[in-house]
Design a protein around this ligand. Structure first.
Ligand SMILES: [Zn+2]
Length: 227
């Protein structure tokens, strides 16, 4: 019949958490003792019978195989003040329970039904039924508080299709060519120089001829011709 108080009888990871819990309480000025860790089925049965078929007060509702203590993942503790355990010191139990939670343990003092101020455990979400079926508790390292950097896949650079800037074809209005003013053609004045004789002829002869014609006209008028 085994009813251990030794943390070495816990699962290694649970032992680590319980040791951290003990240390955290100590750091905060509270000495605790571990009153129970692992219980075999025989021990559990004896405990279950207490207050039922044997004398004493009831201490558990769990039969053999129905306590987490039977699976090495639970521990009972008690704060020791001035060398004594005060089982009714709810305030100190509660303080310790919060330290246990900081160490990754579940504190049974928070349970709605049948709260146990002195009980802590780590079940990894497994039920007694799971454990009976042989499932193993999966532990996560609670010490690792730094977020593990995610391996971020490089996001491919988006293909930026730059808009092709099409230069607008500016059709410039064809400015009318300034119409050059038509050159003023100064036509050379052709001066036909007449010979002196011609000039004399044109100046004298016509007048002579015209005069004689005039005379002839008059004479003819009068019926007498000078020619
Ligand atoms: Zn317990």
């Amino acid at each position: 019949m085994i009813n251990s108080r030794n943390v070495d009888d816990l699962l290694p990871e649970v032992k680590e958490m319980v040791n951290a819990f003990i240390a955290l309480c100590k750091k905060n000025g509270i000495d605790i003792i571990i009153t129970s860790t692992y219980r075999d089925n025989e021990s559990q049965t004896a405990l279950y019978n207490q207050g039922r078929t044997t004398k004493g007060a009831k201490v558990t509702n769990a039969k053999a195989g129905e306590s987490y203590h039977n699976y090495r993942c639970a521990a009972d503790f008690a704060p020791v003040v001035n060398g004594k355990i005060n089982w009714n010191d709810t305030a100190t139990f509660t303080k310790c329970g919060k330290f246990a939670e900081q160490c990754g343990l579940e504190w049974a003092g928070r349970w709605k039904s049948f709260p146990e101020l002195a009980h802590v455990q780590f079940t990894g979400g497994l039920s007694i039924k799971d454990l009976k079926a042989g499932k193993k508790i999966v532990f996560k390292k609670v010490e690792v508080v730094q977020p593990v950097p995610e391996i971020v896949k490089p996001i491919p650079e988006p293909i930026v299709i730059k808009p092709v800037v099409v230069e607008p074809i500016v059709i410039k209005p064809v400015e009318p060519e300034p119409v050059a003013p038509a050159p003023v053609v100064i036509e050379p004045v052709i001066v036909v120089e007449k010979s002196v004789e011609a000039v004399a002829e044109s100046a004298v002869e016509p007048s002579v001829n015209q005069f004689s014609k005039f005379i002839n006209l008059i004479l003819g008028f009068f019926g007498k011709q000078t020619k």
